[in-house]
Design a protein around this ligand. Structure first.
Ligand code: ATP
Length: 358
């Protein structure tokens, strides 16, 4: 039965990598109808447009949604996909495949998943003037005893952590760790916070995650503060399995993790809410290389593979994933970020050829 996919490229290199990926999916003969509804109304290159209601409806009704990369004109598209539709769990696999240009001496075997809490924490921004905060909370003090007023002029941002928000993403991480354990992985959830400094907010995230993972019974729990965790992702990446991060820490550590296996062009993601999911590369619109046809399509192709799995096309997803692995192993048709001379389209077509020959 034909399934419907909505492709929203965003802008910059998002357009190039989504085009190349959609052509690959069509070329592979997958049972998909790919729709490309208008992304925005009233956008200019520097002013964000609004997502049309009809586009929202089409995306909500689709079996799969693939996004490219956001920039200034399309920031509302990703805001709607993630925050409007409450995709509260971001799943970002970090996996090395031989042939990828890792800066590490021994990357073979790196294979873990960052789960990013997508809906709370310090994002999306809630900011204001310090004077307003001082007025409503005159007794609020930092740990040195200083009141807000004592800082004088300035601004603040609010970090939000709720037990319900932590519990659902901790359960998501447990389900993922259990599914990976069934395939031979260690069955471990590593929680990342700064609970030694932010004892109430990050402390709550740490405490609830630890309880949920320990109650699961069949999984190992560990916790690292974010500074220590960033060091470990470089030094001991193979010791990681499922790494559950608060929103901003997950944003930062997933770029770091992507770089350890070869770069931002390789990192896919799936974003999940209640009865909702969409898939996108971790990278942004990369204005420095946009329009030149040299962006690496791997992150978007692997995001599409995650989307296929979510749509119930598991065998096709595994075959596409394996085709990416083979393209890197052969190393003949890679984009410049991986040391090759191929264009975005040539690399995607090489993955298609590997898919067909599987
Ligand atoms: P955002 O904040 O929107 O995530 P960013 O500041 O992290 O964006 P990106 O656009 O993600 O920046 O990319 C950072 C750099 O990484 C780019 O300037 C580009 O050089 C490189 N890069 C990102 N994606 C790719 C890709 N698919 N192929 C090759 N290089 C890439």
């Amino acid at each position: 039965m034909t399934k419907t996919v909505v492709a929203l490229p965003g802008e910059g290199i998002g357009i190039e990598v989504v085009d190349a990926t959609c052509d690959l999916l069509v070329g592979a003969g997958l049972p998909l109808k790919i729709l490309t509804p208008p992304q925005t109304d009233g956008a200019t290159p520097t002013v964000a447009g609004f997502v049309p209601d009809e586009t929202k409806r089409t995306a909500r009704e689709a079996d799969g949604v693939l996004f490219g990369a956001a920039g200034p004109a399309t920031t509302n598209v990703v805001s709607w996909l993630r925050w409007g539709m409450q995709a509260w769990a971001g799943m970002r696999p970090i996996r090395f495949r031989p042939g990828m240009r890792s800066p590490l001496a021994d990357p073979e075997g790196i294979d873990y998943v960052i789960v990013r809490e997508n809906s709370e924490g310090i994002y999306p921004g809630r900011e204001g003037e310090l004077a307003d905060l001082a007025r409503v909370m005159p007794d609020l003090r930092d740990r040195s005893g200083r009141t807000v007023k004592e800082y004088g002029d300035g601004r603040f941002a609010v970090k939000i952590v709720t037990p319900a928000g932590v519990e659902r993403v901790a359960r998501f991480a447990c389900r993922l760790a259990r599914a990976r354990k069934a395939k031979g992985k260690p069955g471990k959830v590593t929680c990342v916070t700064k609970s030694n400094v932010l004892r109430r907010t990050d402390g709550l995230f740490h405490e609830i995650t630890e309880r949920v993972v320990r109650e699961a019974g069949d999984l190992t729990f560990e916790h690292f503060h974010v500074d220590d965790a960033s060091r470990r992702l470089v030094r001991f990446p193979k010791s990681m399995d499922v790494v559950l991060c608060m929103n901003q820490y997950g944003d930062i550590l997933s770029d770091l993790g992507a770089e350890t296996v070869g770069g931002l062009g390789l990192a896919p993601s799936g974003n999940f809410g209640d009865g909702w999911a969409y898939f996108e590369s971790v990278h942004g619109s990369a204005p420095d290389i946009a329009g030149r046809g040299i962006a690496n399509p791997t992150a978007t192709i692997l995001s599409a593979a995650m989307m296929l799995e979510h749509m119930g096309l598991g065998a096709e997803a595994a075959r596409l994933d394996a085709a990416v692995g083979r393209t890197y192993r052969e190393g003949k048709t890679l984009t410049p970020d991986q040391g090759g001379a191929a264009t975005t389209r040539q690399m995607a077509q090489a993955v298609l050829a590997a898919y067909r020959n599987a």
